[in-house]
Write a protein that binds this ligand. Sequence first.
Ligand code: B12
Length: 208
Amino acid sequence: MREALHAFDQERLVEATERALEQGYSPQDLLEGLTEGLREVGDRFEKGELFLAELVAAGEAAKKVIAEYLKPMLEGGGEGEPLGHIVIGTVAGDIHDIGKGIVGMMLFTAGFEVKDLGVDVPAEMFVQAVREEKPDVIAMSALLTTTLPMQRETIEALEKSGLRNTVKVIVGGSPVTSEWADEIGADGYAEDAVGAVKLVKEILGIRE
Ligand code: B12
């Protein structure tokens, strides 16, 4: 799967996914593998080794496999009451959604109900979702240094609306650090999707 991602080869990625599933790998295993592969592809793009079109092709291939193979297998997996309710979204001005999608799916598989607000989500939309859905946690993704401040603005908007103490806020995305999370008054930060599940369980006091 990793090789197929590096070759931006959608057909090969689909074949590799089918083979891995036949061999008994779980969708979670494959999500972790895809995350790692995408990160490597991202690093190569940053070093100038790849063109934007190649990056987009790798991203699209990963999204297809997630949407058509992994997501359907993960859906319906949760039994009984959800462990908690999460609202997730990518902040205003930012359309990166692959990592956010993986975080949402991992949380869902871990037993949480997840409402995905999509990308380019303004602060007011997060506030409205908190008012209407009463989630336990909101999770904000930002991939651009220029959109990082939107995480702060969203927290400020929650404070202004008087809802901040009704919900935990977690932040993530490649430019986010735990120092940034502290500075803007978030309740937590995780580096990746596996960490996000651990973090949410920790801040909600759910024992493994
Ligand atoms: C794929 C990609 C794109 C794709 C996005 C496709 C899509 N549907 O998402 C496309 C080609 C559209 C794109 C566009 C742009 N991109 Co871009 N993109 C990337 C790239 C290479 C990989 C991102 C990715 O999907 N990684 C794989 C996923 C799995 O990782 P992830 O997103 O980091 O998510 C993981 C963790 O961060 C974490 N996480 C993520 N969200 C959250 C949330 C919470 C709450 C938690 C706890 C954890 C968490 O868990 C995830 C899973 O493990 C990055 C490089 C990089 N290093 O990030 C550049 C990058 C982010 N892009 C960049 C830029 C500049 C842009 C553009 C402005 C380019 C342009 N000139 O048009 C536009 C921006 C458009 C916009 N307004 O948003 C820059 C940002 C630079 C900066 N410092 O701000 C980067 C860093 C590349 C670079 N070095 O130049 N991009």
